[in-house]
Ligand binder design. Structure first.
Ligand SMILES: C[S@@+](CC[C@H](N)C(=O)[O-])C[C@H]1O[C@@H](n2cnc3c(N)ncnc32)[C@H](O)[C@@H]1O
Length: 395
C-alpha cells in the first residue's frame, strides 16, 4: 500500500468504501466476487484493492489486537512486527508504575506500542523512517481517540532529551527474512546499547538474546503470552527493578517472577533431586530468563538434572509459571520394553514431551505402534545422567 492509497482510505469516500468492503459472515468465494464487482461500480480497482486488503488485515490482526483490530489500520509487515496488545499493555503498565510521563517511541511502526502507552496516559510521540507506517500509526491514534504525535524521522538522530523515557523496538526482519544478529537490526545493537546506557530506556529485543549481551545494570525481562514466549525487554536507569524477570500473561491475568525468587548458590532447596509425585514444565519465559530454580523453590521441589528445565516435587501446586503433572509411574526407557509397557496399559494415543534427550516424538510414536483406547502423556528426559520415561497426567 502506498501513502496516497492510504490517505485516500482516510477520506470520506475511502471510509465509505471500507465500511462496505466486509464480506458477510459465512460468505463464499462467489459472494466475495459479487462484493468486489459491486464496489468496482463506485471506485477504481486500486481503491477497491486497498479497502479489501485493509478488511483482510483487520481480520488477521484480531489475535493481536482483539476487538480494537476492527477500528485500526495495518500494513502486512507493520502488523507482523507489531507488539500484541496484552504485551504492549503490560509494558505500558510498567512504564506508568515507574512514573513515566513522556515517552519517545524510536521506530513506532504502525503503533502497537504507541497506542498502549498513549492509552496508559503517557504523553507519547513516535518516529519511524517509513512514511506509510507513520501515517498508519497516526490514523490508529485517531481511530482509538488517543492523543500523541508521530513524525517521519531517523531514530538515530532524534533528540530524546525532552522525554523522560525512550522506547525502541528495532526491526529484526530484513528483505531476506528474520535477522538473528543484533548488528543486523535496524536501528542496530550499537544504537540500542548506547541508548540503554545513556538514559532511562526500554528496548524490546528478540527472546533469544544471549544473557551476556545484556549490559551490566540493565534488567532483562522475558514475556510469554498464553504459553508462547513473545519477546525480551531491556530496562535501564530508573526503569530497572531487578536483574532478570519472567512475566507470564495468561487467562488468569499476569504473573511475574525474578532472580530474587531463585535460591542463591549454596542455599537449601531447588537442587537436583530424584523424581517425585509431581513434575512441572516451566513456561518458556521462565526457561529463557534462567529462573527454573525460582519455580522449583516455589513448588518446594528441585531439578531432575541441573541442565534440564523439568522441576520435580512431592507437593502439588497450581503455579502460573509451569504446567503441572502428576507422575503416574516410571516406565522403562528402552524402546522395546517401553513399547511392551504401553501395550500392556492399552495406550493408543500418546503425547510425548521431551527435554534433554535427542528423540523425535513423531518417529518414536510411529515405532511404538500404539494400540488401545487409553490416552496418555509420556515425558522423556534425563535424570542422574540416565534416560528416564515418566507416565504423567496433566493437573
Ligand atoms: C519492529 S517495528 C516496531 C513495531 C512497533 N513497536 C509496534 O508495536 O507496532 C520497527 C520499526 O522501526 C523502524 N525503523 C528501523 N530503523 C529505524 C530508524 N533508524 N529510525 C526510525 N525508524 C526505524 C522500522 O521502519 C519499523 O517500523
Amino acid at each position: 500500500m502506498d501513502l496516497d492509497a492510504f490517505r485516500w482510505l482516510l477520506t470520506d469516500d475511502g471510509q465509505q468504501l471500507l465500511s462496505e468492503a466486509s464480506p458477510a459472515d459465512g460468505a463464499g468465494p462467489d459472494d466475495e466476487l459479487a462484493l468486489q464487482a459491486d464496489l468496482r461500480k463506485r471506485a477504481t480497482a486500486a481503491q477497491v484493492a486497498t479497502a479489501l486488503t485493509q478488511v483482510e488485515l483487520r481480520r488477521r490482526a484480531e489475535p493481536k489486537f482483539g476487538e480494537l483490530a476492527a477500528r485500526m489500520y495495518f500494513t502486512h509487515a507493520g502488523l507482523e512486527q507489531a507488539t500484541r496488545l496484552p504485551v504492549a499493555k503490560h509494558r505500558a503498565g510498567r512504564l506508568q508504575a515507574a512514573v513515566t510521563t513522556s515517552l519517545i517511541d524510536l521506530g513506532c511502526g504502525i503503533g502497537g506500542d504507541l497506542i498502549a502507552s498513549a492509552a496508559a496516559g503517557i504523553t507519547t510521540a513516535g518516529v519511524d523512517l517509513d512514511p506509510v507506517r507513520v501515517a498508519v500509526a497516526e490514523a490508529n491514534l485517531a481511530a482509538l481517540d488517543l492523543p500523541g504525535a508521530v513524525a517521519v524521522a531517523d531514530a538515530t538522530t532524534v533528540d530524546t532529551s525532552p522525554f523522560d523515557t525512550a522506547f525502541a523496538d528495532p526491526a529484526r526482519r530484513s528483505g531476506r527474512g528474520r535477522t538473528f544478529s543484533p548488528d543486523g537490526w535496524t536501528p542496530p545493537w550499537s544504537f540500542v546499547e548506547d541508548l540503554l546506557l545513556a538514559r532511562p530506556s526500554c528496548v524490546k529485543v528478540a527472546p533469544g538474546i544471549p544473557h551476556d549481551l545484556v549490559p551490566d545494570g540493565v534488567e532483562a525481562e522475558w514475556v510469554s503470552d498464553h504459553g508462547e514466549v513473545k519477546e525480551a525487554c531491556l530496562w535501564s536507569g530508573r526503569l530497572r527493578t531487578t536483574v532478570r524477570r519472567a512475566t507470564v500473561i495468561g487467562r488468569g491475568g499476569l504473573a511475574t517472577i525474578t532472580d530474587e525468587d531463585a535460591p542463591s548458590p549454596g542455599e537449601d532447596g531447588a537442587g537436583v533431586r530424584p523424581v517425585g509425585d509431581y513434575l512441572y514444565e516451566p513456561d518458556g519465559a521462565v526457561v529463557r530468563a534462567g529462573l527454573v530454580t525460582a519455580v522449583a523453590a516455589g513448588v518446594e521441589g528441585g531439578l531432575l538434572d541441573e541442565h534440564i528445565a523439568y522441576v520435580v516435587s512431592d507437593r502439588s501446586f497450581r503455579t502460573p509459571f509451569a504446567r503441572g503433572y502428576r507422575v503416574v509411574e516410571e516406565l522403562p526407557y528402552r524402546e522395546k520394553q517401553l513399547k511392551a509397557a504401553l501395550r500392556e496399559r492399552g495406550v493408543g494415543t500418546l503425547t510425548i514431551k521431551k527435554r534433554g534427550v535427542s528423540v523425535s516424538p513423531d518417529a518414536l510414536r510411529q515405532r511404538l505402534g500404539l494400540r488401545g483406547d487409553v490416552t496418555a502423556t509420556l515425558v522423556l528426559t534425563r535424570a542422574a545422567g540416565h534416560g528416564t520415561a515418566l507416565l504423567v497426567e496433566p493437573f
